[in-house]
Design a protein around this ligand. Structure first.
Ligand SMILES: *Cc1c(COP(=O)(O)O)cnc(C)c1O
Length: 226
């Protein structure tokens, strides 16, 4: 399947889910994760009219940044970042989805030319293999980010467990939403925290139902088999 067909079908499905549950599709940003594919295939995504792209490694981002020369692309960095690499990434991107340590916040503050829109990554499922801070530490962590004026917390991010257990996936997304609501209720100026970055190729339907504002979708769009 062509990327264009995949995107058309996916957008239709997103619209249908939104209609069914009474959400506006305008609340949802579809981010295409291009980490698996070449720059040529990435260009097809842009030609199909999408403007939000994501990479999870510095190398992939650097390779594809050249696209930006003549296009208006929003770049999302969705991977774990080492402190010493922050300076190479932070002024190239529009959103950082994996903030989970004070040391990274400190480095962003030091290296960023302007405020950076960040999602705080939360390890809701508790799997040892996943990055992110513990749900019980979210409020305290975000409160302490007020010391870093270049860091703006625009939302929370999580990855659901890789399982066919839909209930388990849904519980993870519901928990992230609850945490988001708790942070937003604090009305901290450094943390407007309206966003929910959740939902990938295997679980975006559930994520939309549970309030996702930023879907991060890779294989469903860019892989040949679609
Ligand atoms: C790879 C990746 C995705 C996209 O995964 P797919 O299952 O291919 O849609 C989303 N988020 C993160 C953090 C990723 O690393």
């Amino acid at each position: 399947m062509s990327i264009e067909t995949n995107i058309t079908e996916l957008k239709q499905e997103i619209n249908q889910i939104c209609d069914r549950i009474g959400r506006s599709k305008d609340e949802i940003t579809l981010i295409v994760v291009t980490k698996y594919v070449t720059i040529e295939r990435t260009k097809e995504v842009i030609e199909a009219g999408l403007t939000d792209l994501a990479e999870n490694r510095l190398e992939g981002l650097n390779e594809k940044l050249v696209i930006q020369a003549d296009r208006d692309v929003n770049w999302h960095f969705i991977g774990n970042l080492q402190s010493r690499k922050v300076k190479n990434v932070i002024n190239q991107i529009d959103y950082f989805h994996a903030l989970d340590r004070l040391s990274i916040a400190k480095e962003i503050n030091k290296r960023a030319d302007q405020k950076v829109a960040c999602f705080v990554q939360v390890n809701v499922s508790g799997e040892a293999s996943k990055n992110g801070i513990d749900p019980s530490e979210v409020l305290e962590f975000i409160e302490s980010l007020q010391n870093y004026e270049k860091v703006e917390v625009v939302g929370l991010m999580t990855m659901a467990p890789h399982t066919s257990d839909q209930t388990a996936i849904r519980q993870v997304f519901q928990k992230l939403r609850e945490l988001r609501d708790q942070v937003a209720a604090k009305q901290w100026t450094h943390a407007p925290c309206q966003g929910l970055s959740m939902g990938m190729s295997n679980d975006y339907q559930i994520a939309i139902e549970e309030g996702a504002t930023h879907l991060r979708i890779g294989s469903r769009i860019v892989n040949e088999e679609g």
